[in-house]
Design a binder for this molecule. Structure first.
Ligand SMILES: NC(=O)c1ccc[n+]([C@@H]2O[C@H](COP(=O)([O-])OP(=O)(O)OC[C@H]3O[C@@H](n4cnc5c(N)ncnc54)[C@H](O)[C@@H]3O)[C@@H](O)[C@H]2O)c1
Length: 293
């Protein structure tokens, strides 16, 4: 145990397996009390009747840490509220929210069903929004009572959302949305002492094992020290950032930025647009390749 997160209270969503499990173990190792959330669904998000969070809580307890199970569906607004309430009633507050839960239903865009689109958008986007909304309201109420907490939110985006990924249109749209949500939440919650950042992790888990050659891929626990640091009091000056983690390499994602511009001084004629836009594209950095293109 180290003292980086001593006395702090965390929720990690989707922490029964994979990357979330590694985050929960790492936060606990650094002294945080952890609400280990997992809904126990299959890779495609279907019910399994499993409660994988139980084993993670047992593992944390066996190592001398503090943790409790939560089985909320994080994209259910009421269940997400109850999860935040569980942290407060069990441990006396909340300092760290790691939004990680999610699943995939990869398909080429033209083969994607309405149900697949809705399910993937829901689990990632609403599954980030709902816990963040309730935790944020708690932190605002605390700040208004003069109890500003050094609160930290770490969201989970993906290279698929930042650079794009062929065969993952829905997932990419959701993960790009999480990057946008992170930027806005960082600005809105900063006044209450809350930082909001996102990671784009890489790990060999059941999510990647089916889709890619994972033999040389990073491990879930390679991602978690970065989350632990972002969750610390020390990281209070870091907000609105997206950090990609690939094994031993950490990369700041610089995202969309205003590039070359041309102000014509009057409304454009359609016939003028092509040459002007092509000149701007020539002057701009080339876009990064989409994964799988
Ligand atoms: N594995 C990678 O390389 C990679 C890359 C980029 C992003 N990600 C993201 O990292 C996160 C974790 O992925 P992973 O690879 O560990 O996957 P995983 O399938 O191993 O773990 C995800 C966990 O989330 C849980 N979960 C799913 N829906 C839930 C819900 N509604 N409520 C609560 N729990 C729910 C599942 O039961 C599962 O235990 C995901 O958001 C994923 O999109 C993973």
């Amino acid at each position: 145990m180290t003292s980086l997160l001593e006395g702090r209270i965390a929720i990690v969503t989707g922490a029964g397996r994979g990357i979330g499990r590694a985050h929960a173990l790492e936060l606990a190792r650094h002294g945080a009390a952890v609400v280990v959330n997992d809904y126990g669904v299959s890779l495609a998000g279907e019910g399994t009747g499993e409660t994988p969070a139980d084993a993670v809580v047992a593992e944390i307890a066996a190592a001398g840490g503090r943790a409790v199970v939560n089985t909320a569906d994080v994209a259910d607004f009421e269940q997400a509220a109850a999860m935040v309430e569980q942290a407060i009633s069990t441990y006396g507050g909340l300092d760290i929210l790691v939004n990680n839960a999610g699943f995939v239903r990869d398909r080429m865009l033209v083969n994607t069903s309405e149900e697949e689109w809705d399910a993937v958008i829901r689990v990632h986007l609403k599954g980030h929004f709902a816990p963040l909304r309730h935790a944020g309201a708690y932190w605002r109420a605390e700040a208004k009572e003069g109890r500003v907490r050094a609160a930290r939110v770490i969201n989970t985006s993906s290279g698929a959302g930042l650079q794009g990924s062929v065969g993952q249109a829905t997932y990419s749209a959701a993960k790009a949305g999480i990057a946008g949500l992170t930027l806005v939440a960082a600005q809105e919650l900063g006044r209450y002492g809350v930082t909001v950042n996102a990671i784009a992790p890489v790990a060999r888990t059941r999510m990647t094992e089916g889709a890619f050659d994972t033999s040389a891929m990073a491990l879930p626990e390679d991602n978690s020290p970065i989350v632990a640091w972002l969750a610390s009091v020390e990281a209070g000056d870091v907000t609105g950032r997206v950090v990609e983690i690939d094994g031993s390499t950490i990369t700041v994602e610089t995202g969309w930025a205003h590039g070359p511009a041309h102000d014509l001084g009057r409304r454009w004629e359609a016939a003028e647009v092509g040459p002007a836009l092509r000149a701007l594209f020539d002057a701009a950095p080339d876009p990064e390749p989409v994964y799988g293109a």
